[in-house]
Write a protein that binds this ligand. Structure first.
Ligand code: ADP
Length: 267
């Protein structure tokens, strides 16, 4: 596993008051995410596709930020790089005290299991397993005993209000319930970071609002640092900061931090 240098950002788990406004954060907290000079280029049949050039981002412990932007702007790619699912072309990407750009495939898998909770637009639950078994899956992947894994998974199903749906298979759940199970699965290993890629994009507006409420609550009660990609501005503005990815740059749209809402370029 990559050992961060002395200059690497120190991650700290924030203990947050569940009653406090989501997104408010202590400006003194160390960054959990620190991206510097990130570029990403895909080689395609039509030539090089430059997604980001010299992109910078800092996210402090306990922050919840939204990233918005047009389809194809590179939002998913950015989340994949932060979550060690994809590698940058150049730049440094410190995430939860780890230089993720330097991880081997095996190290990246262990890093994801330990530090990252990932939620996608589509739930990607395994259809042949029950909700409870799906939630337990990441714990079984780290060789936890089955009885213990199921017990922890039960606690998480309870957290997302689905304790009475544990024996349902994904096909026997509503869209909102499926996404709540996916959220429980993302958090069952107590990650430091929650990365959510259009987590409400496949849901009607009422259900989307409820799933977002749940994300906000879990973010607060579990001291998470969260990044939510969404095209829904009503939901985005509820986050502490909203950044728009545009032409390979992140532009600050809102900031509800200590100085209140503001707008401006961060890079
Ligand atoms: P967004 O999430 O903002 O919609 P993506 O990050 O999914 O954008 O994709 C950004 C651009 O990169 C798109 O034009 C997409 O086609 C392209 N892209 C994504 N992955 C690859 C890949 N593996 N190879 C080549 N191009 C890719």
């Amino acid at each position: 596993m990559q050992t961060p240098s002395a200059a690497a950002p120190q991650a700290s788990r924030a203990t947050r008051d569940p009653e406090s406004r989501v997104g408010e954060f202590d400006a003194d907290k160390s960054p959990v995410i620190q991206v510097q000079g990130l570029s990403k280029t895909y080689q395609t049949a039509r030539g090089a596709l430059h997604l980001f050039q010299d992109l910078n981002l800092e996210v402090k412990a306990g922050e919840i930020i939204a990233i918005v932007g047009q389809s194809g702007a590179g939002k998913s790619t950015l989340l994949h790089i932060l979550g060690a699912l994809d590698a940058p072309s150049t730049g440094t990407v410190y995430c939860a005290s780890t230089n993720v750009a330097k991880l081997s495939a095996k190290e990246a898998a262990a890093f994801r299991n330990r530090e990252i909770g990932y939620v996608w637009q589509f739930h990607y639950l395994l259809p042949e397993f029950t909700a409870l078994e799906n939630v337990a899956m990441p714990l079984l992947a780290r060789n936890m005993r089955k009885v213990e894994a199921l017990k922890t998974a039960e606690k998480w199903l309870n957290e997302v209000g689905l304790e009475d749906r544990g024996d349902h298979r994904p096909g026997e759940l509503s869209g909102g319930e499926q996404q709540r199970v996916a959220l429980a699965r993302a958090l069952v290993c107590s990650p430091r970071l929650l990365l959510a890629d259009e987590p409400t994009g496949d849901l009607d507006s009422v259900t989307a609002g409820r799933v977002f409420d749940l994300i906000e609550r879990l973010h607060g009660t579990h001291g998470l640092t969260s990044i939510v990609v969404t095209h829904n501005m009503d939901l985005a503005v509820r986050c502490g900061r909203t950044l728009r990815l545009e032409n390979g740059r992140l532009i600050q749209v809102t900031d509800a931090g200590p100085k209140g809402p503001q707008a401006g370029h961060i890079h």
